[in-house]
Design a protein around this ligand. Sequence first.
Ligand SMILES: [Zn+2]
Length: 238
Amino acid sequence: MTEHLYPTDSYRREFDAVVTATEGQAVALERTAFYPGGGGQPHDLGTLTWQGGAAKVIKVQKQGDEVWHTLDGDVPPVGTSVHGVLDWQRRYQLMRTHTALHVLCGVVWRDYGALVTGGNMDPLQGRMDFEFETMHKELVAEIEATVNAEIEKAHPLRVATLPREQAFQIPDLIRTKINLLPPQIQEVRTVEIVGLDLQADGGTHVANTREVGRVRVVDYKSKGAINKRIYIELDAEA
Ligand SMILES: [Zn+2]
């Protein structure tokens, strides 16, 4: 079973670990800071190095509690001590983008009562689908202005782990698909933008909204009678 470093320390960009299993080009490690993907956030990229060897991590996947790192090149055998380094620029951009989507989600719910139905992201760009009947230029401009105003308020983010029963009592979590969690999941990780948004979430986020920088709403699209998609972009630097 892999110890996951990213849920409690999203700023961790290097770590040491021992290879616990191999399968073709993939290795499992006793611990990892590589995010395996999920919730619309892509998996991390980076490198593993060890005495006499090095390989790029080109894919990361979670299988049960194990995290598998697919390598491009040599595969170190079980028992090898390795040093993992994330492609930090890309991961930090994803943390900023992920956090921006939560701000958007919080604003749209608070100000318009519209639920999120889906989302996805790449570094510095993301999209989110909402249950909106109409979407138009003025509304989009208003949402963009409010999102940036909230980012500038420098809200801290808080990450917590709650027992399932307790999480299911929180109205904000119930509206964000917590019901879809498989019954065997007994603990729920929550990510809160204090004062704005609370979600059950396994991804990585920044510690304060000021790290997000300016958000631009670059497009919107109708994806059905009650589904509207909003596209955002972030600047390379906050
Ligand atoms: Zn999220």
